[in-house]
Design a protein around this ligand. Structure first.
Ligand SMILES: *[C@@H]1O[C@H](CO)[C@@H](O)[C@H](O)[C@H]1NC(C)=O
Length: 136
């Protein structure tokens, strides 16, 4: 019984935080490839559930998990799109995050810049980008 309740709870949480919107398959694969070289290091650094890390880019599963948010920030820093002060580099962002445009960057940066913590801001930024590319 406890297992069933836990499973239902987990599924509900996944349902709530896995956005209905997903990036096109090609972009998801390109993002996963870009993240790949830094995956192991960022999993170790953040202690994120490796399954969440495996699925965030490939399946657009943005689970509301603090370690996963910091994993995303870690990847972004390593890819070079987020600097040590927690600020995005627009030029590198549109170069390295496949499918993004300067307009998309500006809109999502504007929408998320007030989020004070860099991990949460990274997650909000990624979800905003996915929302934009989903409607392409
Ligand atoms: C991060 O980028 C911002 C905006 O370009 C810049 O002002 C800041 O000095 C940078 N921080 C580091 C540590 O490079």
């Amino acid at each position: 019984m406890k297992v069933i309740c836990t499973s239902i709870l987990v599924l509900t949480i996944l349902g709530l935080f896995t956005t209905a919107q997903r990036a096109p398959k090609l972009l998801k694969e390109l993002w996963d490839d870009t993240a790949k070289p830094f995956k192991e290091g960022c999993i170790a650094e953040t202690g994120v559930n490796p399954q969440y890390a495996d699925r965030i880019f490939l399946y657009s599963e943005f689970i509301n998990d603090r370690a996963l948010m910091c994993y995303l920030a870690c990847i972004a820093q390593n890819v070079g799109i987020l600097n040590a002060s927690g600020e995005w580099d627009k030029d590198i962002f549109v170069q390295r995050a496949a499918g993004t445009t300067p307009a998309m960057f500006n809109s999502c940066n504007e929408e998320t810049k007030a989020v004070s913590h860099v991990c949460e801001r990274s997650m909000a930024m990624a979800m905003c980008i996915v929302r934009h590319v989903s409607t392409l």
